[in-house]
Ligand binder design. Structure first.
Ligand code: JCF
Length: 676
């Protein structure tokens, strides 16, 4: 290398280090030591040097934040450690209950918690290898998210390269991408100026920006990032508490929320909640509560997680915002299980960041309790992702002529009788599959994302298919022809093609998804998962006695009888038979799957090569007994591959797809570590 070139290399490296340092000072420490203009000058100098020596450009150079051609779609990525969401609490009672469970679970008299504001943004995972950002992904369903690397790279507070030389070999950081309020205002002004629709709230704006396929558009959006924890940590020593984890991440150059505090006991947690509630208006971002976490990571491990949320963390939500508006009408909706819900049709009102035109009145008893009448002025409340509800009537504003609502004695859709159910609370149509409203709702549920995930089968199409008599139950979906679909309203050859392809794809499912999709009363996702794990086949489940069902975790006598009753109905069995006859399949694990939901619950695993400690069959049974699904081939849905000696093409495929590969020792370590 010439002396000149050496000088260039040195200057480039120095500039990158300095720019990295200033970026850190600006975004993480909030204590810049140079002006924006000074920063820009250095960046332009670096750009000039790189232009003259393009061979010296690296992806993590500060000049490389924005780039790449627009994508056609986002690739799917697997989260090798599931990205969990948080359980919510809305009252002191629920908060104390959380504390009690955590103390009981850990055997400690008083617990240390971390506390932080709960941002209203989007959870994102960032993977760093040897300190360099490799991948950014959205949470998605917790197991599979979308690859948004190019967009995340344009967020200035996301470091392309970590600062500390002692960062682990592989580090997966988790945090929240959000849009600061000031930036949100400016963005919406620009949207309006361009004749485009403004975003409803900062959360939607952040989500809409991160989901832009053209990285240059996302780069113009004012996004920011706070990290709140780690997913994967390979190599080096793991921090021992949540607080030290955040301090360590901050040292690595990642942005953490300056309002994070350590709390001793639930009393201090409650004080913190009030402090944050009081200073909420002064923050430059939207929050909807505070998050508490058991501070000790070993305690977190021993508490574990239930279905989609950890037992060691809690979001204590702020009271939901309320507004007043007018009830123009009250009518009823018939749900999937026949439950008839009265709904207030409102003068549209902006509450909790969205416009609300309908609010639930829950049931007849609630209408009586509120004494709500058509024409009344009412208070409505919208809590985050919860359905808006009518809270109270403003009695002073009641006008003469306000009309009482008469609850229908027959189903407004199928004219079947309405009976009172569930301890006299819920009104239910007894029409069952005779009621087209129930049929439509159950098909919507069957096709939904967490069930069979049939893309493109929307509510409008389902309505047409049922109303025309062509589809009477989910099993009929798979008998639809191209011409039949293309002839429906708002459909054409192309959308018919797409839907047929989606139907084809959805046929290969899992037993858990299938069971969830059937809409058995009281069987949600977690219970469906537990049932699928316990019973090796659908046949075994269909024939299971109430006693056998009650052995499954979280299945009590009521749920067990509900499941039994469901499978005793001939029409339900017919639908199941029709579905199986039309080729709906799922992988059947070999050997027994009986046993508790294990450390590998929900993971899809592939085995390749010769293992030393156990045979392939033993390994398969070992994994299945711990809750894993063992499949034969590697796909985007594979969570990890276990590789022994002389691995085959599955190994290469895993590498090509970026899927994690474990050896036996790592597998056993993961088992000990409860799947992490
Ligand atoms: O601020 C948040 N929205 C937030 C979400 C903060 C956290 O500490 C979280 C979270 C989701 C999951 N922690 C987990 C485990």
């Amino acid at each position: 290398m010439t002396r000149r070139k050496k000088q260039v290399v040195t200057e480039i490296n120095d500039l990158r280090d300095e720019l990295g340092e200033h970026n850190y000072r600006y975004h993480v420490l909030d204590a810049p030591v140079i002006s924006d203009a000074g920063y820009d000058r250095m960046l332009r100098r670096l750009e000039a040097l790189e232009r003259d020596s393009p061979e010296l450009v690296t992806p993590e150079s500060p000049t490389q934040r924005v780039g790449g051609a627009p994508l056609e779609r986002f690739e799917t990525v697997n989260h090798s450690v599931a990205m969990l969401s948080l359980n919510n609490a809305f009252s002191i009672e629920e908060l104390s209950e959380f504390d009690r469970r955590c103390r009981e679970g850990t055997g400690r008299e008083t617990l240390v918690y971390s506390a932080e504001p709960k941002l209203d943004g989007l959870a994102v995972s960032l993977v760093y290898e040897k300190g360099v950002l490799q991948r950014a992904a959205t949470r998605g369903d917790g197991h599979h998210g979308e690859d948004v690397t190019l967009n995340a790279r344009s967020i200035r507070s996301v470091p392309l390269r970590l600062l500390a030389p002692d960062c682990p070999e592989v580090l997966e950081v988790r945090g929240e991408v959000y849009m600061p309020l000031a930036g949100f205002k400016v963005l919406n002004q620009e949207q309006v100026k361009k004749g485009e629709k403004p975003y409803v709230n900062p959360r939607n704006a952040a989500a809409g920006s991160l989901r832009q396929l053209d990285p240059r558009i996302c780069a113009t959006r004012p996004l920011d990032f706070f990290c709140y924890g780690i997913g994967l940590w390979r190599g080096g020593e793991l921090p021992q508490t949540q607080i030290t984890t955040l301090a360590t991440l901050r040292r690595f150059g990642l942005r953490t929320n300056p309002l994070v505090r350590q709390m001793l006991g639930i009393g201090q947690c409650l004080d913190y909640y009030h402090e944050i509630l009081d200073c909420r208006q002064t923050l430059d971002y939207e929050i909807d509560g505070v998050v508490y976490k058991v501070n000790d990571l070993a305690d977190q491990q021993s508490l574990g997680a239930v279905s989609r949320a950890p037992r060691w963390a809690l979001a204590y939500k702020f009271p939901a915002p309320e507004e007043t508006t007018i009830v123009h009408d009250i009518d009823v909706q018939v749900g999937r299980t026949g439950a008839i819900t009265p709904v207030a049709r409102l003068e549209p009102v902006f509450v909790g960041g969205v416009t609300v035109a309908n609010a639930t009145l829950h049931n007849q008893a609630e209408i009586e309790r509120l004494d709500v009448r058509v024409g009344d002025t009412v208070t409505v409340r919208r809590a985050g992702d919860v359905i808006p509800e009518v809270v109270s009537v403003v009695r002073e504003k009641r006008r003469r002529g306000a009309r009482r609502f008469v609850f229908p004695s027959e189903c407004p859709v199928c004219r079947s009788q309405v009976v009172v159910d569930d301890g006299g609370i819920i009104q239910r149509c007894v029409g069952g599959l005779y009621c087209s409203a129930q049929v439509k709702e159950s098909i919507k549920h069957f096709a939904s994302r967490r069930a069979l995930d049939i893309e493109g089968l929307g509510a409008k199409l389902i309505e047409q298919l049922v109303d025309s008599g062509r589809v009477c139950h989910a099993g009929d979906l798979f008998t639809l022809s191209h011409d039949e679909l293309a002839a429906m309203d708002r459909m054409g050859t192309k959308s018919a093609d797409n839907l047929l392809e989606a139907l084809e794809l959805s046929r290969e499912t899992t037993l858990a998804r299938f069971l969830y999709g059937l809409g058995i009363p009281q069987v949600g996702e977690a219970t469906a998962q537990a049932l699928a794990q316990y019973f090796s086949s659908l046949e075994a489940l269909v024939d299971a006695s109430v006693e056998a069902l009650e052995v499954v975790p979280d299945v009590g006598p009521v749920v067990a009888s509900g499941i039994r009753l469901f499978f005793e109905q001939n029409h339900n069995r017919e639908v199941i038979d029709a579905l199986r006859a039309s080729g709906v399949v799922w992988p059947v694990p070999e050997g027994s799957t009986s046993g508790p939901v294990g450390p590998f619950a929900g993971r899809t695993v592939v085995i390749t090569g010769t293992l030393s400690g156990m045979s392939r069959d033993q390994a398969r049974n070992w994994l299945v007994a711990r809750g894993a699904k063992v499949t034969a081939s590697v796909s985007a849905r594979t969570d990890f591959v276990v590789a022994g000696a002389d691995p085959g093409s599955k190994f290469d495929k895993a590498l090509a797809l970026g899927i994690r590969v474990l050896d036996e020792a790592q597998l056993r370590a993961m088992d000990k570590n409860n799947g992490n």
